[in-house]
Design a protein around this ligand. Structure first.
Ligand code: BEZ
Length: 273
């Protein structure tokens, strides 16, 4: 998902000047582990035959295709390139901003893997999910949580600071604590069945620089193109003592995984579905 609205309370204000772009080919090369490691959240969702499911932030549709074996699935993503890749797999995928979901009481479940942290208006996203679900519908998701990629972020900010650049306003990610996200879900009326932060150190298929190219474009764009290789090398040098082990980069991912239900008719603080 590309960066969305950033007006929600508790979210770093401001919008990075450069938006993250998604290149499906680069994503497959550098980030195939993202859907592969999303299998656990599919298990938590436990899709049932005949269900109608919304895949929020479907990317190139790798997990959407797995859900579609059992259920009728609509994938949405803000990246037209990723949606085109999902459509090429034969999926029903649409370009939609996660903060403006246009669905009304039509899904048995909303599923999301590795996407919510790109949506910087979490309350608007949660409102849209609530509206999209039928009564009793499930919201099951995994995203980056508090402390996610902290060493990478620290190295990036330090390498930029060394060049006299404040990278903080270009932060494109929202990594909430379990307490923060639970409170947002409950405020909207969801019953939270489970929510937890899970440390999941992740071995990259290649160099940390490739990860930065794929996921950290808003930071890299702060220097001219000719300086980006040196910036990436500087980030790698700073992160290496913490994240490079036994010949591989091992990034300090922390997942926030939760399952919630649209139960009762709670509408606290929000308009009715
Ligand atoms: C994540 O999946 O947690 C993630 C991916 C890219 C950048 C930051 C976090």
């Amino acid at each position: 998902m590309t960066v969305g609205d950033s007006r929600a309370a508790g979210v770093v204000p401001g919008k990075p000047k450069t938006e993250q772009r998604w290149d499906p080919e680069r994503y497959r090369r550098n980030a195939a582990f993202v859907p592969a490691l999303g299998a656990g959240v599919v298990v938590l969702l436990a899709p049932r035959s005949g269900e109608r499911i919304l895949d929020l932030g479907c990317g190139d549709g790798a997990l959407t295709a797995i859900l579609a074996r059992q259920a009728s699935v609509v994938g949405v993503d803000q990246s037209a390139e990723q949606v085109a890749a999902a459509v090429a797999r034969g999926l029903d995928a649409r370009v939609v901003d996660g903060a403006h979901l246009p669905f009304a009481a039509e899904f048995d479940a909303v599923f999301s893997n590795a996407a919510l942290h790109w949506m910087r208006a979490p309350d608007a996203v949660i409102d849209g999910v609530w509206r999209a679900l039928k009564p009793g519908g499930r919201f099951v998701a995994e995203c980056g949580g508090a402390g996610n990629v902290a060493q990478v972020l620290a190295a990036l900010l330090a390498a930029l600071a060394r060049r006299g650049i404040d990278g903080q306003p270009s932060m494109p990610w929202f990594f909430p604590t379990a307490e923060d996200y639970r409170a947002r879900l409950e405020k909207r009326g969801f019953t939270v069945r489970s929510i937890a932060l899970i440390a999941r150190p992740t071995v990259l298929p290649g160099a940390l620089g490739d990860w930065l190219d794929t996921f950290a474009e808003t930071f890299l764009a702060l220097v001219p193109p000719a300086e980006r290789p040196t910036l990436k090398a500087d980030v790698e040098d700073r992160a290496r003592p913490y994240l490079f082990h036994d010949g591989s980069w091992n990034v300090d991912y922390v997942r926030l995984r939760f399952a919630a239900v649209k139960s009762g008719d709670a509408k606290r603080g929000c308009e009715a579905a």
